[in-house]
Design a protein. Sequence first.
Length: 703
Amino acid sequence: MPRPKLSPPSTLIVSLCALLLVGGAFVADLFGARQRQLDSGAQQLDFHSRMLAEHVARSFDSIEILLDELRPQISELRPWWTWTPQEGHELLRSRLTRSLPAIRHLIVFDAEGQQRFTSFALPPPQITVADRPYFVHLRDGASRSHYGPYVGRNSKRSTYAIARRLDFSDGTFAGALMVAIEPDYFEEFCASTRPYEEFEAALINAGGRVIGRCRPTAERGGMDGTGEDFRRVLAGGIFTALPDDFAATRFETPEHVLVIAPAPGHPDLRVVSAAPKSRLLAQWRAQALQSALLGTAALIALGLAGLMIRRQVRDIRRYAKQLQTHRDTLAARVHEATAELEERRRDAEVMAEAKSRFLAAASHDLRQPLQALRLFAGRLGKDTEEEERELLGQRIRQAVEAMSEQLEDLLQLSRLDMSNVEAQPVSLPVEQLFAKLAATYCPLADAFGVRLVFSARGRVVHSDPVLLARLLGNLIHNAIKFSPHGTVLVCARWGAAGATRIEVRDNGAGIAEKYQKAIFEEFFQLKNRAREAHAGLGLGLSIVSRIARLLDTPIELRSRSGAGASFALRLPAAPAMAETPPPGNPTAEPELLLIGPPGSGCRTFAKRAAEWGYRVAHADDVAAARPLLAAGAIPIAFPDARRNDPDELASLLTAHPGIIIHPEGENISGAGPYHLSLPLKPASVRALLRSLHAASLKKTLPS
């Protein structure tokens, strides 16, 4: 079987993968070398720190030996507390040698802590150390004590104390022999042995306080930081986040390495050393630069080789790409043509279906009124009585009106099906829309004996006025037809997010749940199974559904058999919507009834209520108020009316819940469920009116 040959592009891909693998291995080795170099530098730093710690231990051991030798010498001589300052000074000064540069002063203190003899001054300065912790420690019974760093009262500089207890012959406390350490000796020794200029170290106590510091060469001459926490001093304070226990011996930050080495034999002393990683990795950076140059050269060579290979396959790839482009273009054109044909086919099917429905409905539902017209016209041509001719003329007009209404519904439905109608929303005052609807449908409501009520409350919506009027008109028309001698309420209310909720409610026969989806289908008639011409075609709610989709607002239906129906839609508020007082509507019933003389505050309250969108009527007394309250108005009684006949007013407010408004300071106990005192709070009054109005509507309309 012949071995498959790789095509030029495949060869190039394999070469690139191999190059990436080699490059990845090179980079991994480079970073591995970096870590090894960093570990090596840290080990060197640790070695130097241990060397410094051992030097510190030897120096402190020498001082301890000096004190141990000097204390018995002082005790064996004649009582030292009887010495002259000259004798004490000579003894202490003679014990200082050049081999102990760590010693600054030798000092003897008496039992009271007074300075008696020094190695540096004659006569000794008069100071006391009775409050120093090392002196207190010795006085309490310790034989030796260490303390520091602290600022010495002789030199006014930082130092560290190593002290021994001096006793009288009877063993009682006689004083202290103390060595004050010179911190500068640590920097002098460290500077002569430092591995590089950036190296810095510090001698610290168990609490991390700096006793002596070896500063980097660049910082020599500045503050040495003695007495400070080494974490705030070394490397510019970069180690401040280190813990207090110092359990580890090595710490790293992104830029520095720190090593801690204990001083052998001195558990309270440590040497901490720090160095920047840039200095520890100097050799690695040089090697990395060389490797990067070699790698760049190799990449350039490989790139040139890749260009040579690319020249060989470029033409083939170009031809293949052109061929693929032509094929994709052809496929796209075929797809677009197919999609366009499919869309046109669907449009044709929709138009054909709409046409078929239109013709079928017209041929079926218009046949009855046409046949009736033919019969009525035939009878009208014969000799008939005047009364019969008037009856025939009335029936002809009814048949023509039925045909006109059915044709209008069919044409409206066809226009909506053909998608030739687009919504054109504008700012539309609901009060203005309701006024037009009232003028159109109040005569029809009167003919059916239906009470038609509109409540707009000054709302302004953003919608198409023609389509919205058609939608609400169909709902109102249906509500009137199916609520004989009932009540139909068309109201606008506050909705969520500032929207307006418009509802059309009736207390007719209602709609069973199983029909609540079917009523929005074409030609569905809940109570006209025989399809009588005078009952319409069953297109009203189908038109409502299509208009609602155009207006992008769903229709909400709540109903049950025998309990009326409620159709609701939510419309967005118009930009910069403002409440306006409703225009006069002679066909609408009053919502508030003010009872009392005009001068008792009724005029002011009526003006405010009109601004809130309520229709207001007025009655001088209870007798005049009773006929108006039968329409559902809310009674508002004023003090004068209450004083005229309290019992009669109480009876009225028991039957019709309302509000009694009392003068300021008057006792408000009495009839009626709600009592308010002057001066009124508009917000409270408005909220109470809304509650009473809602309760009034629930008594006459379905929930």
